[in-house]
Design a protein around this ligand. Sequence first.
Ligand code: FEO
Length: 392
Amino acid sequence: MKKITEHIYYVGVNDRNKSLFEGLWPLPAGVSYNAYLIDDEKTCLIDTVEVDFFMPFIENIREVLGERPLNYIVVNHMEPDHSGSLALLRKYYPEVQIVGNKKTFDMMRGFYQIESGLQEVKNGDTLALGSQQLQFVLTPMVHWPETMMTLCKSVLFSGDAFGCFGALNGAIVDEQMNCDYFWDEMERYYSNIVGKYGTPVQMALKKLAGVKVDYICSTHGPVWHEHVEKVIGIYDRLSRYEAEPGLVICYGTMYGNTERAAEVIATAAAEAGVKNIVMHNVSKTHHSYIIRDVFRYQALIVGAPTYNTGLYHEMNVLLDELSQKDIKGRLLGWFGSYGWASKAVAEIKRWNDERLHYEPVGTPVEIKQALTPETIAQCRALGQAMAARLLS
Ligand code: FEO
């Protein structure tokens, strides 16, 4: 039995089998689906888990409750990694009341055809469990329209917010484990899943300002206790699109010519004083890590070959993904190459003009076939221009 506070138990599960979360995001160290049980005069489950894990989940619940009834299930978020066990739970606990907001119940009807035994709450409503009382904080679009959080005294059940990739290897609460792995994964989770919704995240943080929070119980990753202030700071920084002074250089390459240009640009930027430079081959690094780094650093330089008289496919995909994130306040330089028809440079410019809207820096470099002394000098100038803008 995994106890968090006197009345709160962890009843979640780990998924170390799935390769791609949502079919999109790599899970090198798995992921946890967290759920919590409040044991009081009335018993209350906060969120459920993905339905594939129902059996270990119900065992965790019954380990706490024994034969006692489950009175409430609070649904903070309807995405099926957290709501997937609702219909089966109803078979074990037919009298249970499901607590959510109006948008929660619209989705519940569609996903699970559940229409009865529902208790609708609005922002600020409370629910007494005995010695404990719940208060509901509606936080729409973090990152779905129905998302809400639930407070139980100074324990915040936050849904996906403050969550991260990575299974829980024994311990549940941050102070009982080495959290090093989770910091990068919190940023990757945020950037790729929540990152588009910076303004709603800011509104949620404002609603929580002034609330004393000792524990953050998210639906993925560790329960935060020792690091509450740090994780709120990370969300505040990322949702304001605040970046560190650093440079991401991301390139596509077929035969190494575009990669050599990227190396020249990186060397020039480093010589001009940029210390944080990360480089990614767009075909090798999963885009979720590149997107995380674009959230982290202020400058981006992209380069790719022309392919089929258009932009190299993987770069096209990356720029499309980036444009969906609405990342603000970034600098962009670019370069491209071609063997017989020039298109890549013009296409990257079009992406920026029409969708990305980052601040253009330096003069784009166009490389015909292989680097020449002239294009090497242009690449160096691009790296230097970005360094000057970054360090200004
Ligand atoms: Fe973890 Fe938005 O579901």
